[in-house]
Design a protein around this ligand. Sequence first.
Ligand code: PMT
Length: 419
Amino acid sequence: MKLSGKHIVIGITGGIAAYKSANLVRLFVKSGAEVQVIMTPHAKEFITPVTLSTLSGKPVISEFFTANTGEWHSHVDLGLWADAFIVAPATASTIAKMATGVADNMLVTSYLSTRAKVFVAPAMDMDMMMHPSTVRNIETLRSDGCTIIEPAEGELASHLIGKGRMEEPDAIFRRVATFLIENEKYNLNPEINGCDGKAAAQLKNKRVLITAGPTRERLDPVRFISNYSTGKMGVAIADEAARRGADVTLVLGPCNASPTESGVMVVNVESARDMLDVCERYFPSTDIAIMCAAVADYTVAHPSEVKIKRENNEIPSFEFVKNPDIAAILGKRKRDNQYMVGFALETDHENVNAIEKLNRKNLNMIVMNSLRDEGAGFGTDTNKVTIHTSDGRSKEFGLKDKKAVASDIWDSILENTNG
Ligand code: PMT
């Protein structure tokens, strides 16, 4: 994820997790962002300002004045400079000060002056975390518009096991970077897309929406129904689109595959319903949509709120209801200047079924893959596809690596959209 030109304030407070913030600073600097670290006086007991100024390439700010020069640090300028304002780790004490506006240090004063989006990553002992005053203060920050990056469960500095470990720096980085990139999308910045060269020109200024991976439909808090999709095919299509210069949003169901190109923004989802919600948000500003996800056709009408116990002698039964057909819903709303591609995963009467889906879902193109072809479909690194278009043309391709299949699909889309 490239964040060239972005200004990030990272506020570090006095908790043991302060050492992790060194890595957070490094991740933002590596992404091309400018980072200004503000430390509370107590934070310096956990990590030295020298470490953070070396990593950020800027002197760390902690006091209102530099002692030897008398230089005043303007919290207002700093607050306005920031595109994102992160407090990580955020102790119970700093959270309380932020929630109540106690501006007795440079960090809280800058927080009160900023207009940037604020992300707060709490880190503390589990009992402090659960204390009603902390819960209340966090709720206040939430309602003030801060995004709370929930702490994880695990062994804490007290050696107790519970919720209170600061989220890992790479996860915090992804949350903030995704927010900044998503915000930028409506005011496209080519540096953020990070693509150049000849291939990049092919999809320059095109907004591409891709669904990939499986969806999960909950039976109870620990069980779900899903399918064998690994996300490999959709991720390869997303990477290829970014290499060709597109601004790509990848709506990805739960899987291990992830894009390698920095121009791909990933929105992780779980169920078909979640996937539809995200697609509906992005589709109006999309030029080309590719529906590669293996969406569960059915979901459970009333998933259990609690784990269904094996000890209950009764065999559970579930009522299934149809999931929304995302491709069909978007197909209905498709404007003339939008191009939509679906996939068809078939086991019999492959091409007939695929063409029927192409027409029924109002798509411009459908990519058929059959489970009868060895090395095609789910899980494999390869695929074998036949591409059908709404003007009645079809083209069959041989068995290839999914990256090469992605390239064939984009070549076909470009042929069809460029007349
Ligand atoms: O992820 P991999 O392991 O790499 O595997 C790739 C793949 C096999 C998942 C992929 O190549 C593929 O075929 N994806 C579509 C699978 C599928 O659900 O096909 P379908 O024939 O059931 O659906 C037809 C189309 O409607 C698809 O574009 C699908 O995304 C879409 N759909 C289906 C159901 C639903 N509720 N909403 C949808 O949008």
